[in-house]
Design a protein around this ligand. Structure first.
Ligand code: FAD
Ligand code: DHB
Length: 416
């Protein structure tokens, strides 16, 4: 079988790319290594930037998000026992964010993909990619004029995968590596033309889901002498909470009671000492390590990386999913240009266009992480610096606007 774009990975990046390509009439196949239930249940992000919401709406995948998503106009910062709200529309010229879980986006995209495509579902589950042959780097052989049949030139890439116990191969004009941070695409880029930039952090997050109504209408990011805490939510009846813990922490060492008590201690307010979280049964508990990483360039020849396959951010500030969406919006636009007019400008500019946004988000995620967490080696001087920065954000509209613009997200720059 031949397709124009072979997509490795059915996470948000791969599924959304397939949706955008389908809307532009560009034939593709998605190969997802896990089963559908697993892909739909994996607990991850929840905060969608303004631009992410727009992309989902524009490609017809936003109907349930419109009904069930929670629009947020700001966040609360807590530090030094104080509380400061940041009003996003006022600080950014009208931008808002949306709380709608990654699990729900994935479910919506899977059901659209499986219901609308008529030529047999080009979304295969339990299809683990084992190897990529990226083919010749020059792309003149790709099929700019024919439909989903064969390539007009000799150049093509091959993706090898196992499905239903058999080895199979998919021939494609291009490969989109959307297989996350542990996938195979990243290592298919030749080492001599790529460079990876990385940073580790000396703490992790304990993330929990609780059947408890959110304790506030908005997200709360807390700096405290006991470490960072975050109050988020999934729906009017489900809270999502995160707690800074040492690397290597066993979630089993955190019974529910200890989690709630520690969260209350970290969110404590001097002017309202009675403030407490609403408690409820904890339904999931996991420890998430933190890392920053970027691969440059994000493309070699016919292979394009998108989402976590190309870059990882620490979660503070919720940029991971939003960056994945921004990448595939640029990539889908570049493929659409190529297949409609043979113009390779979008494809050639893909890596540079994405990396500008990626490095902005890398900086913001690093800034939010290091400003709000307490490192094991932290001195009293370091803590004073953090508090001075948080005080600046709380009192200067310019400093607050800088945070709000990055958080609510920059406009998408499509094209080269
Ligand atoms: P993924 O969602 O990782 O999707 C990759 C897909 O590729 C997966 O379905 C995988 O099964 C598949 N795959 C992998 N290898 C192969 C293969 N060889 N063959 C076929 N398929 C393969 N971001 C936030 O903003 N806030 C958060 O709170 C947050 N929490 C997170 C918690 C965890 C545990 C993790 C890992 C990430 C979290 N993130 C969070 C980041 C965010 O979820 C990611 O940025 C986002 O999922 C990226 O989407 P993606 O499609 O690029 O990659
Ligand atoms: C969520 C995760 C984040 O990392 C963040 O900064 C905000 C919200 C969440 O999972 O809801």
């Amino acid at each position: 079988r031949h397709t124009r774009v072979g997509i490795i990975g059915g996470g948000p990046a791969g599924l959304l790319l397939a949706r955008l390509l389908y809307r532009s009439g560009v034939d593709c196949v998605v190969l997802e290594g896990r089963d559908r239930a697993y892909a739909e249940q994996r607990q991850r992000a929840g905060m969608l930037e303004h631009a992410t919401v727009d992309v989902l709406r524009r490609c017809g995948a936003g109907a349930r998000m419109e009904r069930e998503g929670l629009v947020h106009d700001g966040i609360e910062l807590r530090f030094d026992g104080r509380s400061q709200r940041l009003d996003f529309p006022a600080l950014t010229g009208g931008r808002r964010v949306m709380i709608y879980a990654q699990t729900e986006i994935v479910k919506d995209l899977i059901s659209l993909q499986l219901s609308e495509l008529s030529d047999g579902a080009p979304l295969l589950f339990d299809a683990e990619v084992t190897g990529i042959d990226p083919g010749p780097a020059n792309i003149t052989g790709a099929s700019t004029t024919s439909g989903s049949g064969t390539t007009t030139g000799s150049g093509h890439a091959t993706v090898r995968y196992t499905h239903e116990g058999r080895e199979r191969a998919l021939s494609c004009d291009f490969v989109a590596g959307c297989d996350g941070s542990h996938g195979v695409s990243r290592s298919a880029l030749p080492a001599e033309v790529t460079r990876t930039y990385e940073r580790d952090y000396p703490y992790s997050w304990l993330g929990v889901l609780a059947d408890a109504p959110p304790s506030s209408d908005e997200l709360i990011y807390a700096h405290s002498p006991r470490g960072f805490a975050l109050h988020s939510m999934r729906s009017p009846s489900v809270s999502r909470l995160y707690l800074q813990v040492p690397n290597g922490t066993d979630p089993g060492s955190w019974p529910d009671e200890r989690i709630w008590d520690e969260l209350d201690a970290r969110f404590a307010l001097t002017h309202d000492p009675g403030w407490r979280l609403r408690r409820g049964p904890i339904t999931s508990k996991a420890v998430l390590p933190m890392r920053s990483s970027v691969v440059e360039p994000m493309r070699h020849g016919r292979l394009f990386l998108a989402g976590d396959a190309a870059h990882i951010v620490p979660p503070t500030g919720a940029k991971g999913l939003n960056l994945a969406v921004a990448d595939v919006a640029v990539l889908a636009d570049a493929f659409a240009r190529f297949y409609s007019s043979g113009d390779t400008g979008g494809l050639d500019g893909y890596s540079a266009t994405c990396l500008r946004r990626v490095w902005r988000a890398e900086h913001f995620s690093y800034f939010m992480t290091t400003t709000l967490h307490t490192s094991p080696a932290q001195s009293a001087f370091d803590t004073r610096l953090q508090l001075a920065q948080l005080d600046r954000i709380a009192t200067s509209p310019t400093a607050a606007a800088e945070l709000a613009e990055n958080y609510a997200g920059l406009p998408l720059a499509l094209g080269a």
